[in-house]
Ligand binder design. Structure first.
Ligand code: ZN
Length: 371
């Protein structure tokens, strides 16, 4: 009996050790997030490492860029949900009428997309932090939520920026706005290999990254989609609600819930004294953005904008005299990403009810689609 108890304790202890032994991005990479820009293959290596070590994380390759960099989504949820992933997907899809059935899904499906503009490079760093937080400190949210995380929509653009930056940066980095490391040459890392802006391509799918991503997006039809961006170095953080006027297809629920999400972010930002703005500059009209396309497909689609962009490098002095660092940029994006998952998990059932209602206005049954 004593041996059995000891054995049980050992197993429990080993289980705790196992879950605690996941390396943070900094431990895995050998430097603090924000100390360098992480090249894409190392980002992929971290996601592979976590998904191999944990049963509640699953990686799926969905395509390849023109320069042969792999494109991945990562499913992060409870272990039970990951085992049941295909059923959850089909149940959710049947709520839209795209496939037959009357199944009811109760899990929130949250899709987080990072670094569509390659030189807005803090967001892929934030993606690694977000993954780590979700699988360690925020596991409770994953019981009723499936997070689909794409760490880098535009790896060719990102590596173009990161490789250039690494070639010209000073050590330590130079905060002077006139320094070479803050003056990215044409064409910059924003577009993809063929210099297309992938954040104008969601509806038209002219580029291979968009074609592959939309194929998998439409198989899932998430309830929430966030597109992480960066803007000029002097701007406070931007999050939902978006600027008016709203397109008439956007329902009251979609308007209300983006406001609730924004209020949840504001709680965290207020606590830290971080500045932010809402309801200005970023609209929901043009259908081919990473926020509007998902919105027109029934989701709450949003853009989040951190100050930084191709100018900021590892650190830069803003016009106000403050130092904007890559580390802070990544932490801000991690905070809003986690806050999005938190509030979605809190309202998982309502999200599904309202998502289903959105599609009652449409008749997909006449369209022949095979999934
Ligand atoms: Zn952008």
């Amino acid at each position: 009996m004593k041996i059995k108890v000891t054995l049980l304790l050992l197993v429990l202890f080993a289980g705790t050790l196992y879950s605690q032994s996941i390396q943070s991005p900094s431990e895995f990479l050998g430097y603090e997030i924000g100390a360098r820009f992480t090249r894409h293959h190392k980002v992929v290596a971290y996601f592979k490492y976590v998904s191999t070590a944990l049963k509640n994380v699953k990686l799926e390759k969905y395509g390849e860029t023109n320069e042969h960099r792999p494109l991945y989504v990562t499913y992060i949820s409870s272990q039970e949900n990951i085992i049941n992933l295909e059923n959850i997907r089909k149940e959710n899809l049947s709520q839209t009428g795209i496939i037959a059935g009357n199944a009811t899904n109760k899990k929130a499906i949250v899709w987080l997309s990072y670094n569509v503009h390659g030189n807005e490079a803090s967001s892929t760093e934030a993606a690694m932090l977000t993954l780590y937080e979700l699988v360690t400190n925020k596991k409770a949210w994953l019981e009723n939520t499936v997070v689909i995380l794409d760490p880098c929509i535009n790896p060719d653009g990102r590596d173009r920026y990161v490789n250039w930056f690494n070639q010209v940066k000073s050590t330590p980095y130079n905060i002077d706005q006139n320094a070479k490391e803050h003056s990215e040459p044409w064409p910059g890392g924003r577009p993809n290999h063929y210099l297309f802006d992938l954040n104008r391509d969601w509806a038209w799918v002219t580029q291979v990254e968009s074609q592959k991503r939309i194929a998998i997006y439409n198989k899932w039809m998430p309830h929430i989609h966030v597109d992480f961006h960066e803007q000029g170095i002097n701007n406070p953080y931007y999050f939902a609600p978006a600027a008016e006027p709203f397109h008439e297809i956007i329902t009251d629920w979609q308007r209300d819930f983006q406001t609730q999400i924004g209020k949840n972010h504001a709680r965290y930002f207020d606590k830290e004294g971080w500045l932010y703005f809402t309801k200005e500059s970023f609209d929901l009209l043009y259908p081919s953005y990473g926020d509007t396309y998902p919105t027109y497909m029934g989701a709450i689609g949003m853009t989040y904008e951190q100050a930084g962009h191709g100018r900021a490098g590892l650190g830069i002095q803003t016009d106000a005299g403050e130092i904007l660092t890559l580390k802070d940029r990544a932490i801000h994006h991690m905070t809003t990403g986690l806050s999005t998952v938190e509030i979605s998990s809190k309202h998982a059932e309502k999200l599904n009810i309202e998502f289903k209602k959105f599609f009652e206005n449409f008749n997909f049954k006449s369209i022949k689609v095979t999934f």
